[in-house]
Write a protein that binds this ligand. Structure first.
Ligand code: B12
Length: 220
């Protein structure tokens, strides 16, 4: 029942109401993951459909995004500590960003949240990040993993351009690269020199874990 209410709050843009609902859900013993998947994301799915069909417009979608961020703020500490507090001793570093020209950040923020929850240090460089910015972040942070998010057909090619820029800077082989977002699929990442496609934040977590295992295996 509360999950349905949360979905509805996302659809209706009820930022104030959702705080109480999320806290009530936690008190009822619903896991943060379930609140996220069956409450918030279920609502965002409806928002996506309505936006596509012109039943919802940008200001309303932005309100839904605010509701989503509100719930994420409440769930963040729970999700991060659900790994037994391992988050401070990082499993590895991930540089994460949304590619140039693209302002969508809800999915990226979720990926960031889940990775932190799994014990990774996440350096979130934000939205609208050029290939050059990714290169600079990799040079500065020396991550094991780079994650790119793209939600638009027009911005997806920036993923390939970023891979090329990393190659030109001589740092491509020092990282594993994953990508995701509404317009990305396995075929796209295969064609663009990306190591893995993540359809969800949970998948991002599994991929990152697999990447660090591979790095460890290669080192031993
Ligand atoms: C919310 C939204 C917006 C909001 C963004 C708010 C924000 N702060 O992010 C606003 C209103 C600003 C917006 C604007 C626009 N949008 Co918009 N938007 C959406 C919408 C409805 C939902 C996206 C979302 O947040 N989904 C929820 C999250 C949780 O899902 P997600 O992003 O897919 O992320 C998950 C996975 O993909 C994956 N993932 C994501 N990133 C990564 C990264 C890695 C490394 C990994 C492993 C995994 C991963 O894990 C995430 C969590 O599970 C989608 C519809 C859709 N079906 O996606 C359209 C959509 C993406 N938008 C679209 C369009 C066209 C636009 C605009 C051009 C509209 C306009 N005319 O102005 C502008 C572009 C602005 C810009 N330059 O970026 C189109 C894109 C079509 C296309 N093929 O290019 C879509 C698909 C809607 C549609 N069907 O028409 N949008």
């Amino acid at each position: 029942m509360i999950l349905k209410k949360i979905s509805q709050a996302v659809i209706e843009g009820d930022v104030e109401g959702v705080k109480e609902m999320a806290n009530q859900g936690l008190e009822e013993g619903i896991t943060p993951q379930q609140l996220l998947d069956d409450g918030v994301l279920a609502g965002m799915e409806v928002v996506g459909e309505r936006f596509k069909n012109f039943d919802m417009y940008i200001p309303e979608v932005l309100k839904s995004a605010r509701v989503m961020h509100t719930v994420m703020d409440i769930l963040r500490p729970k999700l991060v500590s659900s790994d037994g507090g391992e988050s401070s001793s990082s499993k590895g570093t991930v540089v994460l960003g949304t590619v140039e020209g693209d302002m969508h950040d809800i999915g990226k923020n979720l990926v960031s949240l889940m990775l932190e929850g799994a014990g990774f240090k996440v350096v979130d460089i934000g939205i609208d990040q050029s290939p050059k910015s990714f290169v600079e972040a990799v040079e500065k942070e020396k991550p094991q993993i780079v994650g790119m998010s793209a939600l638009l057909t027009t911005t997806a090619p920036k993923i390939g351009e970023t891979v090329e820029a990393l190659k030109e800077a001589g740092v491509r082989d020092s990282v594993k690269i994953m990508a995701g977002g509404a317009v990305i699929d396995q075929a796209f990442v295969d064609e663009n020199g990306v190591d893995a496609y993540g359809p969800s934040a949970t998948a991002a977590m599994d991929i990152a874990q697999q990447f660090v295992n591979e790095v460890k295996q290669n080192a031993s």
